[in-house]
Design a protein around this ligand. Structure first.
Ligand SMILES: Cc1ncc(COP(=O)(O)O)c(C=O)c1O
Length: 467
């Protein structure tokens, strides 16, 4: 009796909540420069995405080269004096696909690496050492040695204990590496990352580098973490870094050559899912609110905002302006890639709504657990989004749910869906949990090129003794 009453209330409430939380209609394919064909198929540069799935299989990552070019050119936009406003070092870990990395390098983007492997990869891809920035809290001795021996552009120490390691390698190799210190601003990540500015620890680390005698104190490095969207946020942490740079100049007599502002600019069409939204979605299948892209600074605005604040600061003090570094991950590649997945089967009936079981879940799209990503029915774009589905991935875990409340046309087995903004933190977090990894292709001016073939079963056991 009580159970039935509860269900009645839930049903009634659900109707209201779903009405209030109707699916949005801001993030249309046009936002990504995509079109819809007369048959209702999603297309980019005239190429039907369904045809890509036919040719390359499912799931499938598709890199949209033209969008990548656009993002790069916004980051490298020049000012009225014809100068690039900042220097850009792509955060390798956010999408470590060699074909993508090479593509952005060819357009003038350097490498930001956090491991010996990534350093190796950057060199392998032809990056000269003076276009590589080395970060992270986990630099092995071998990695430090390699970086110092090769005279990379900048090594940012994460914590004070690293200073002695780098200094000892420098002494041994007779080198004077350029060193920055990671500083945590009041609004950013802290934990294992860097030293706090407000406690004075960041300054102490900078002083220690300066006094080492063998290290060239060159930079302050920061990476706020999370998703930065507004001018107000940017001005806050940039101001703290500038104040720290002033203190270095006043107390140590060093004019820093580089200010490195890390990454963190959000992808405009991606947003975090709040606890309330998650609860409304799971309990009532309410649609997640769509982000408003205009609420996030464009790449160009963001770069301008940082550069102008830094330049104005140094101009007032009549001091030379340092080089300004950015290390974007998600802002550069997030919205330049999509993941095509197929409906393997439907599980309908009670409780409603039904489930669509997909060939990609959190094994390939881990970020979707905590972030809103737009989803398009690749071949049913002309049909009304009249159905709600729970979307499950393939890996036999109750946690493998991509959406509790996807509003889509009536689906059938074999349908394709496109998960948007898959160009950051999808590929690196993917696992081969029972299913091999998908291929990655690049769609460039209507041409399709394979960047990474799909994993084969043999690859999945390639390191095992199969005896
Ligand atoms: C030091 C550093 N730089 C850049 C990035 C890229 O961040 P995002 O993808 O948010 O731009 C990260 C990501 O964690 C990072 O740790």
């Amino acid at each position: 009796m009580l159970r039935e009453a509860k269900q009645l209330v839930k049903r009634a409430l659900g109707g209201i909540v779903r009405n209030v939380r109707a699916p949005g209609d801001v993030l249309t394919p046009a936002h990504w420069g995509m079109t819809v064909t007369s048959q209702g198929h999603l297309a980019f540069e005239g190429v039907d995405l369904a045809s890509l799935r036919e040719a390359w299989g499912s799931p499938l990552h598709v890199v949209l080269a033209e969008r990548l070019r656009q993002n790069v050119s916004e980051f490298l936009a020049v000012n009225e004096h014809g100068r690039t406003r900042g220097e850009v070092y792509y955060s390798y870990k956010s999408n470590p696909v060699p074909g993508v990395l090479r593509f952005v390098h060819d357009l003038g983007i350097g490498a930001e690496v956090i491991s010996e492997y990534e350093l190796w990869l950057a060199l392998k891809l032809g990056m000269p050492p003076d276009r590589i920035v080395f970060n992270g809290p986990a630099k092995s001795d071998a990695a430090v040695r390699d970086a110092v021996a090769r005279d990379i552009l900048l090594l940012n120490v994460n914590h004070r204990e690293e200073i002695a390691v780098v200094a000892s390698v420098a002494r041994e190799l007779g080198k004077r590496p350029r060193i920055g210190v990671r500083a945590a601003t009041s609004s950013g990540w802290m934990g294992q990352f860097g030293h706090s500015i407000s406690t004075g620890d960041a300054f102490a680390a900078l002083k220690e580098v300066h006094e080492s005698g063998v290290l060239e104190l060159t930079a302050i490095h920061t990476h706020v973490g999370g998703m930065v969207r507004t001018k107000h946020q940017v001005q806050g942490y940039v101001g703290e870094i500038l104040a720290l740079a002033d203190r270095v100049r006043n107390e140590l007599g060093v004019e820093l050559a580089i200010l490195d502002f890390g990454g963190s600019l959000a992808t405009p069409s991606v947003t975090g899912i709040s606890n309330l939204d998650r609860k409304l979605a799971t309990a009532f299948q309410a649609a997640l609110p769509e982000p408003v892209p205009e609420a996030t600074l464009s790449i160009r605005e963001y770069v301008r905002c940082v550069v102008e604040q830094v330049e104005a600061h140094y101009a007032t003090k009549a001091r030379p302006c340092p080089r300004i570094f950015f290390e974007p991950g998600r802002a550069l590649t997030g919205n330049t890639q999509l993941l095509i997945t197929s409906v393997l089967s439907l599980k309908v009936g009670e409780p409603k709504p039904g489930w669509a079981i997909l060939d990609a879940g959190i094994n390939l799209a881990e970020s979707v657990r905590s972030e809103f990503h737009q989803l398009f029915p690749v071949t049913r774009m002309h049909e009304p989004r009249s159905h709600r589905y729970r979307l499950a991935g393939p890996i036999c875990s109750p946690g493998d749910v991509l959406s509790w409340s996807a509003c889509l046309p009536a689906l059938a087995a074999g349908d394709a869906l496109a998960i948007m903004d898959a160009g950051a933190y999808f590929v690196p977090f993917a696992t081969s949990f029972s299913f091999p990894q998908p291929a990655i292709v690049m769609l460039d001016r209507a041409d399709v090129r394979l960047l990474r073939r799909a994993e084969r079963f043999e690859d999945m056991v390639a390191f095992d003794e199969m005896g």
